[in-house]
Ligand binder design. Structure first.
Ligand SMILES: Nc1ncnc2c1ncn2[C@@H]1O[C@H](COP(=O)(O)OP(=O)(O)O)[C@@H](O)[C@H]1O
Ligand SMILES: [Mg+2]
Length: 153
């Protein structure tokens, strides 16, 4: 139709990995080169850090029945969509969100970090597992937007 812009092709990366430390590193490297190749060089460090925290949570807490960590990354025109899920034991999201962490605590900061570095963050968790859906926008000004800086733990 007149005036319609051609849609940019969507690029996707899907990983179904064993629930191991080595696989977390492998996922991080694959995701890093995938997003860099698709124009998210500056944002790559934040994207991979967020993914690493989510995968680390699966490794440490989920005990998935299929012994797998699942990741799906979609490149859109101006943002990256990251979905990470497991078929593990799940947890009470509200309870974890309400938990107060002492400032010097060395753990319990994963979600704070993921939320701080993403533009949108959704989590669903129950007895069939945990599903995270996060988006990270392209940095328009070439650096991390101030709105995100303020959220960092
Ligand atoms: N995929 C998951 N499966 C089950 N429990 C989880 C998962 N991810 C997070 N959790 C729960 O949420 C808590 C908070 O996670 P996080 O903020 O990353 O802190 P930490 O991993 O250091 O405890 C974890 O301690 C765990 O109880
Ligand atoms: Mg964690």
């Amino acid at each position: 139709m007149k005036g319609d812009k051609p849609k940019a092709a969507t690029k996707e990366l899907t990983l179904h990995l064993p629930c191991t430390k080595e696989a977390i590193l492998e996922a991080r490297m694959k995701l890093d080169s995938f997003v860099r190749q698709n124009g998210f060089e500056r944002e790559a460090c934040d994207i991979t850090l967020v993914a690493q925290e989510a995968l680390k949570n699966i490794y440490q807490h989920a005990h998935p029945i299929d012994k797998k960590m699942h990741l799906h990354c979609t490149i859109e025109r101006d943002r990256v969509l990251l979905e990470i899920w497991d078929k593990g034991k799940g947890f009470n999201v509200g309870e974890v969100e309400r938990r107060k962490r002492p400032i010097m605590s060395t753990h319990g900061r994963g979600f704070e970090l993921m939320q701080g570095l993403t533009d949108s963050f959704e989590i669903k968790s129950g007895s069939e597992g945990t599903f995270l859906r996060m988006t990270l926008k392209k940095w328009e000004s070439g650096k991390r937007p101030d709105s995100l800086e303020q959220c960092l733990p």
